[in-house]
Ligand binder design. Structure first.
Ligand code: G6P
Length: 482
């Protein structure tokens, strides 16, 4: 790879596996784009606008004739992927090797050399695209586990750039990471960045320790000293949500009406438990539903009093582990409702679908107990969204200790998702807690979420990225917020 001259005009480039828009069919039958509901877009949009930014990503699918385009003032560059790349890079190396490896081996990661080859070549293509659109001395911000080789590849092509990398998922302890046959390449890939950001300080420490042990660089606290004289910083930047935006939505009349309607449609039970997750084996959905059903079977809860609403968003359905999980949950829900439900009173109301933000907010408003029980999760934004929507300071949150969010939301009912009896006690406690206790906890959590919103997260990452090498590169203008 030889350095290339800058030809692009973007002073800020976001590189992520996904574009912030989904391909949809419009009312007139022609293909179009719809903004995807993810939090990352709303976080980055203000700073993208202030810097005339460009977003490079994959729109899903295998279409190959897509041109760069503008969507509501954002410059978007779609990357194409062949069926082979989807299977080997996306479903394979990204989601059947790295995803389980980085989530505590909740499922067994598979190591295949042809998956790795696809990971290298797709990362190379993303790096080349970023090199093409970035202006001289621009800032490039690369996101997540699918693109860990991009920082180094991009630096080789464009040494003038300031490069940041942010990992949205956990970074595992050395004992697990070292199973990876390509561990050194991944670490070196990440070290192409000036700043490597993680959700939690523990993840950042895991990374620095691995860099010292496996690549042999000198490190001091959160700094890595490379032989070429460059310094890389690793630090934690816990991601958040657009808290004010969610609260505003939750306060809207439409959402309030819909929340009341949901309660009624569920038969106006005394209390509603709620789980909302991508259908992923890291989320602990199976154990959580079992815990709830045992409470009913044992007579601690009654289906006249309580219902569990579980929304499972379809995800990565071509990956075998995800198909197996779907069948398991389908069977479990069927069995629980068959054994414990009464006419018009299922114990579990289960939906395998994705909902727009408005419906999510209505569900958060309708729920008395929010249940978030992942075995391992980088942050878990659902927990924060629930808190943001509870503007009356009511509602109980049951939260896994192993979600990144637990480091901030200390006042939740914290549980170990592997301990079913402990989880049952916490569900009951949250169900029975008096109003004062619930309010005390929720008030404290709301303060945390309001103070650390996603705009603050993006600003602090970009400010730190500038600070790592202050004299190098163009300044990133802070977001203009409306
Ligand atoms: C997690 C990952 C993201 C990913 C998202 C949805 O939040 O951190 O990088 O985009 O899941 O998964 P998908 O495979 O559909 O992109």
């Amino acid at each position: 790879m030889r350095p290339v001259a800058s030809s692009g005009s973007a002073d800020l480039v976001i590189v992520a596996n996904r574009l912030p828009v989904d391909r949809v069919t419009l009312a007139d039958g022609t293909p179009g784009w719809r903004r995807s509901p993810g939090g990352l877009v709303s976080a980055i949009e203000p700073v993208m606008r202030a810097n005339d930014g460009t977003w490079i990503g994959w729109p899903g699918g295998t279409e190959s004739d897509l041109e760069p385009f503008e969507d509501e003032g954002l410059h978007l560059v779609p990357m194409t992927m062949s069926q082979d790349e989807i299977e080997n890079f996306y479903e394979g190396f990204s989601n059947a090797t790295l995803w389980p490896l980085y989530h505590d081996l909740v499922a067994k990661p598979e190591f295949h050399r042809e998956w790795w080859d696809a990971y290298v070549s797709v990362n190379q293509r993303f790096a080349e695209q970023a090199a093409e659109v970035a202006s001289e001395d621009a800032t490039v911000w690369v996101h997540d586990y699918q693109l860990q080789l991009v920082p180094q590849m991009l630096r080789e092509l464009r040494p003038d750039l300031r490069i940041g990398f942010y990992l949205h998922i956990p970074f595992p302890p050395a004992e697990l990471f070292q199973q990876l046959p390509w561990r050194r390449q991944i670490l070196e890939g990440l070290l192409g960045a000036d700043l490597v950001g993680f959700q939690l300080p523990g993840a950042s420490q895991n990374f620095v320790r691995l860099v010292r042990q496996r690549v042999g660089h000198k490190t001091h606290r959160d700094l890595v000293y490379l032989s070429e004289g460059r310094t890389v910083r690793a630090a934690a930047f816990p991601i958040s949500i657009d808290a004010a935006g969610f609260e505003e939505l939750a306060r809207s009349e439409g959402v309030a009406d819909r929340a009341a309607e949901i309660r009624e449609q569920l038969g106006s039970p005394r209390k509603i438990f709620l789980g909302i997750d991508r259908l992923d084996y890291t989320k602990g959905i199976y154990a959580r539903l079992r815990a709830f059903s045992e409470l009913i079977a044992e007579g601690e809860l009654d289906v006249e009093d309580a219902v569990f609403v579980q929304v499972a968003t379809p995800s990565r359905e071509q990956v075998e582990q995800y198909r197996i999980l779907r069948d398991e949950i389908d069977r479990l829900v069927g069995r629980i409702n068959g054994d414990l439900g009464r006419i018009g009173r299922p114990a579990i109301s289960y939906m395998h679908s994705s909902f727009p933000r408005e419906e999510m907010a209505a569900l958060y408003r309708a729920a008395d107990v929010m249940v978030v029980t992942p075995y391992r999760d980088g942050m878990n934004l659902v927990a924060k969204e629930y808190v943001a929507c509870r503007y009356d300071n009511d509602g109980a949150l049951v939260l896994s200790e192993f979600a990144g969010a637990a480091e901030e939301l200390r006042q939740a009912w914290l549980i170990n998702p592997y301990d079913i009896n402990g989880m049952k006690s916490a569900l009951l406690e949250a169900f029975r807690a008096d109003e004062r206790e619930v309010t005390r906890r929720m008030k404290a959590m709301r303060k945390t979420v309001a103070q650390n919103d996603v705009a603050a997260w993006a600003d602090s990452f970009l400010a730190e990225l500038t600070a790592v090498r202050p004299s190098h590169g163009k300044t990133v203008r802070p977001a203009r917020r409306s």
